[in-house]
Design a protein around this ligand. Structure first.
Ligand SMILES: [Zn+2]
Length: 274
């Protein structure tokens, strides 16, 4: 679907949800706060200014929390209308360290970086279809080791960045276990989050990640996560550092989550047609 069409539908969706929320608030019904998780790839120097504008907006309109956030009673029942948002980056590209992290640090916003452990310090050689990519290297081991663990969580993005659902069981296991061990050794922290390359997975992949000790896996289906005991799989919304502030605002407000429903309906229709 075209970007402009998505933007239009999201704007309408936002207006409808906003009205419904206002109505509930007027009648004194408690509002639950959901968590929206954003994902970027690189933040090239050309887009650094716009990225800084996006983060400035986020700091004003949202409460930014880590991607593993479970919520707590006081926040979930809070009357605050500020959306809960988490920021993630896939592929650990060097431009994120150069252009994004200084902005996040200045604004005190936490984030998670998902590292493909077999490509550290190299220019990505994986199939880049469907991923915005700028022919820049994955950050070096040195750079990743020096991250401030209080602000930046390191997660796994597998070892070689394959489509996990196409692999036999033992290769899936190798990919998710080796990267977990390598990144834990590099950072000295427990690595228990994994972003699925290309958002590709099936039931076997999910089971393998569970038994390898991961706490959550992150997909690329927009989703608002309900706080409290929740699912193992967490959906995310794609953001680009050159998104306009209105588009970014809608994404951060969870207005793109209709896409998950739309894609489920499309899958169902395709199955019936085929
Ligand atoms: Zn990736």
């Amino acid at each position: 679907m075209k970007r402009q069409a998505k933007l239009l539908i999201s704007s309408l969706f936002f207006a409808a949800v906003f009205c419904a929320r206002r109505a509930r608030a007027l009648f004194g019904i408690r509002l639950d706060r959901g968590l929206t998780i954003l994902y970027y790839h690189g933040v090239p120097a050309n887009d650094a200014r716009q990225f800084a504008h996006q983060m400035g907006l986020l700091a004003r309109i949202a409460e930014t929390v880590p991607a593993s956030w479970q919520g707590h009673a006081s926040a979930a029942s809070s009357q605050s209308a500020r959306p809960l948002v988490a920021i993630t980056f896939d592929d650990a590209l060097q431009s994120v360290f150069d252009n994004a992290l200084p902005v996040l640090q200045r604004l005190n916003l936490p984030c998670t970086i998902f590292v493909p452990s077999g490509w550290i310090g190299q220019v990505p050689g994986w199939d880049i279809e469907g991923e915005t990519h700028h022919a820049e290297p994955v950050a070096t081991a040195e750079t990743i080791r020096e991250l401030d663990a209080a602000m930046v969580t390191v997660g796994s993005h597998t070892a070689s960045h394959p489509r996990l659902s196409t692999l036999p069981a033992d290769r899936i296991d190798d990919e998710i276990r080796m990267s977990r061990v390598a990144l834990a050794a590099l950072t000295g922290t427990n690595v228990d989050l994994l972003a699925l390359p290309y958002g590709d997975y099936d039931e076997r992949v999910v089971q393998a990640c569970r038994s390898a000790g991961y706490r959550h896996v992150f997909t690329i289906q927009p989703q608002e996560i309900t706080l409290g005991p929740d699912g193992f799989e967490r959906g995310r919304v794609a953001v680009e550092p050159d998104d306009s502030l209105w588009e970014f605002y809608l994404k951060a407000s969870g207005a793109y989550r209709w896409m998950r429903v739309a894609s489920a309906i499309k899958q169902k229709l395709l199955r019936h047609a085929g």
